[in-house]
Design a protein. Structure first.
Length: 335
């Protein structure tokens, strides 16, 4: 079983030297254990926070241990009556080829139906990132039809699910993304009404002017994934009593500061700002997954994936995700 461990913590930017590839023998299965072969690993921005030993929205990853993370795969062997060889499953198997899961642990392994939804999408649109989009939209922004909603990192795993959910609620949906290719994809494939390429602008004021053009009625709800210049540009575009679902601030994950230039706008615009961590809201997952599964199964949400090949490619692909090199959900395919 090849595995990737966190070998040492980054000082400043993360690098491939923080990780170590090792090989271990798989132990014999004990009672209630299930052996899973991973078909895909999920790479997610939160993993960068876990590489540090400081406060983050996820507990620190232990040194010398397999990098944690979502996985989808197939049951190969089972000593539990809840799972059988051939079952397609989602779990938290981490950066390794196989995992052994205790089937008595609630939620550790979940069977999924791949008749209408591809297995890999259970790590993206019909998985944690999709539910994240759903929570911020439904529980924090709580939009009304006809309102204008804006999302940053618009073509990513969370942003693309947000677009489909927002359009389903009759909202004008505008994205912010990096580069002409991502913006064209947002409008042509993801159903965004408009998309602003933040890379065309050198400062928050000029980006803000471009957002105002794309949102002529102002912004009623903003779904924040990035922070820094993007947030500073959005703030003056928000309508009175607008909401911000504060989901992520990826611009700061690799050590850069994410200053807020004009906090007084929170007061002047009477904003509601709510941060959240999706894993603390397990009660809404079934409802969210049902809607997301429906959107994917009916082709209303066609999630794009960037797939790195082989376990050894995970560190490089992960570092690329932190620099926006991914286009849609970043995965690693094994086997
Ligand atoms: P994505 O698939 O969106 O990938 C990350 C994207 O961030 C990049 O592709 C890039 O897109 C964009 N980005 C924008 N600015 C920067 C920057 N300065 N540096 C690097 N990347 C940048 O990731 P996810 O959809 O998985 O996650 C989106 C956000 O949601 C993240 O902030 C993540 O932490 C957060 N999240 C929060 C959760 C919670 O519970 N609160 C749970 C899951 C995710 P572009 O090229 O368009 O700039």
């Amino acid at each position: 079983n090849h595995q990737i461990l966190l070998d040492n913590r980054p000082t400043g930017e993360a690098s491939t030297s923080n990780f170590k590839l090792v090989k271990n023998e798989l132990p014999e299965l004990k009672a209630n254990q299930v052996l899973v072969r991973h078909d895909f690993l999920s790479l997610d921005p939160y993993m960068r926070g876990r590489m540090n030993d400081s406060k983050s929205y996820a507990v620190p990853q232990a040194l010398g241990q397999v990098m944690g993370g979502g996985t989808v795969g197939q049951v190969l062997d089972s000593r539990s009556d809840k799972f059988h060889p051939g079952d397609k499953v989602v779990g938290m198997g981490g950066w390794q080829e196989y995992s052994i899961v205790d089937a008595t642990q609630v939620g550790a392994l979940r069977k999924v139906d791949t008749t209408h939804v591809a297995l890999s999408h259970y790590l993206g649109a019909v998985g944690m990132p999709g539910v994240t989009a759903w929570y911020g939209l439904v529980k924090i922004i709580d939009p009304k039809a006809g309102q204008t909603l804006l999302v940053s990192a618009a073509t990513g795993a969370v942003g693309s699910a947000f677009a489909a959910l927002s359009k389903a609620r009759g909202c004008r949906t505008v994205g912010i993304a990096g580069g002409p290719e991502k913006c064209a994809y947002a409008v042509n494939e993801l159903g965004f009404d408009a998309c602003v390429d933040y890379k065309l602008y050198q400062d928050a004021a000029s980006l803000s002017a471009a957002i105002k053009l794309a949102c002529p009625d102002g912004v009623d709800g903003y779904y924040e994934n990035v922070g820094s210049m993007v947030l500073n540009a959005v703030m003056p575009c928000l309508n009175a009593f607008a909401s911000i679902a504060l989901c992520g601030m990826i611009a700061g994950y690799d050590g850069k500061p994410v200053p807020m230039s004009n906090p007084s706008l929170m007061l002047l615009s009477r904003l509601k700002i709510q941060g959240f961590i999706v894993s603390e809201h397990m009660d809404i997952w079934p409802e969210a997954l049902a809607e997301l599964g429906q959107l994917v199964a009916t082709g209303k949400l066609k999630p794009r994936e960037t797939v790195a090949m082989g376990l050894a490619s995970a560190p490089e692909a992960f570092l690329g995700l932190l620099k926006g090199k991914n286009f849609g959900k970043q995965l690693v395919k094994l086997g």
